[in-house]
Each structure stands twice: as C-alpha cells, then as structure tokens.
Write a protein of this length. Structure first.
Length: 222
C-alpha cells in the first residue's frame, strides 16, 4: 500500500503541476483582454484575432486546470449529503464516483475529442472570420488533453482512497483517517494545494494551534 500511495502522490503532483502551469494563461488572458478593449475604445484598432485568442486562452485555462481542481478538491460537491457521512463512507463515495462517473466521462471526452481534433487537422480548419486565427485543431486538442489530465488526477485520488481504506494507518491525515473529522477535509486539502507541499490536516491544525497560542500569550511589556 505504501507503493500505491507513492504512485498516487506522483500522479496527483503531475496533474497539479500542469494545472498550475496552465493557470498562468489567465495572466496572458487578462493582458489580451485589456489590450483589445483599450484598442477598440480608444484607438479603433480592434482585431477578431484578439477576440478569438481570448476564448482560446480561456479553453486552455479551463481544460488545463481540471485535474488541479479535482486534486485540490475545489470542485462543486453536494456537501449537504457527503459531509454528514463517515469518513470511510466518503472514501467509498469517491471510489464509486471515479469508477462509474469520472472515468467514463473522461473516456467520452478523449474519444470524441481526438476525433474532433483530427477532423479539424485533416481539413485544415481555420476561423470562419477572414482575419481570424488559423490551425483550429491546436485549440481543439485541449479537449482530449484536459480529459487525460483529469483522468490522471482521478486515478491518483482513486488509488489514495483505496490505500486509505485498506491501511488507514498510512494516511492518518487523509479523509479516511480513523478519527472522523467531518467538514475539515476540503479546507485542509485546499490549504495543502495552496502551499504546494500537500500539507495534511495534522500540520494545518498544528500551525493553527501555534498561531492561536501566540495570540493568547500575555505580553511581557509593562
């Protein structure tokens, strides 16, 4: 099970790394939007290429960060139901969700996305606008690539939940720890992703405890 956890960590780290890299496209997207708006309103120099580039970058941002969002547990959940259940039940829900919903969805996106991309490449598809962007197959390739990243992230999450069900002692800070801590999993996993080091609930709690102790410690002045 230790090897399973190591493989899970590598898969989730890969999906997170690609997602963080893709997130930088938001900076380019903002710059393009500002340049386009300023040019159109003040210099009458708007371009359909810039407008198309905006939604191209938005596609890269969305599809590239799918895996990162799942690893960091920042996607939408029905928390009114899930968070009221025991931690082992939550792990089972995650496993069944991956097998019966996430993986089939990824398969459909990859299958049709590859065909979609190949068709655009075969006919040399370009923008319908005379001054638009060419090589439309490049941006369409973001669909299957994003689905592959989501599949990698889902596999990492699946393996970790399986390992924690079989050997909960190997991941005491995971969602399948022996002591249930309902409602804390999302905040802890998000904090770990933000720190970039996969900080578990125990370390987050320790840091919060130290900060609370420092604030409550009486001052030596006067």
């Amino acid at each position: 099970m230790e090897h399973l956890l190591k493989l899970s960590d590598r898969l989730r780290s890969f999906a997170s790394g690609v997602g963080m890299l893709a997130a930088w496209s938001s900076v380019i997207l903002i710059a393009v939007i500002v340049f386009d708006v300023v040019g159109r309103h003040f210099f009458s120099s708007g371009s359909s290429r810039l407008q198309e580039l905006e939604w191209h970058l938005h596609t890269v941002l969305f599809m590239g960060c799918l895996g990162l969002g799942y690893v960091c547990d920042t996607h939408v959940r029905i928390d009114l139901v899930r968070e009221r259940l025991g931690t082992r039940v939550q792990c089972w829900i995650e496993i069944l969700g991956c097998v019966f919903f996430l993986f089939p969805l990824c398969g459909v996106l990859i299958y049709y996305g590859v065909g979609f991309t190949h068709a655009a490449w075969a006919v040399g598809e370009v923008s319908s606008s005379a001054t638009g962007l060419t090589h439309r197959w490049i941006i369409k390739a973001a669909i299957p690539l994003g689905a592959i990243l989501l599949f990698v992230a889902g596999t990492g999450v699946l393996l970790r939940n399986i390992a924690c069900l079989v050997r909960p002692d190997l991941c005491p800070d995971d969602a399948c720890a022996d002591e249930p801590r309902r409602g804390e999993g999302r905040q802890a996993r998000t904090a770990g992703c933000q720190d970039g080091a996969g900080i578990g609930r125990g370390e987050v709690g320790a840091r919060q405890g130290e900060a609370t102790g420092a604030r409550s410690k009486p001052s030596s002045r006067g």
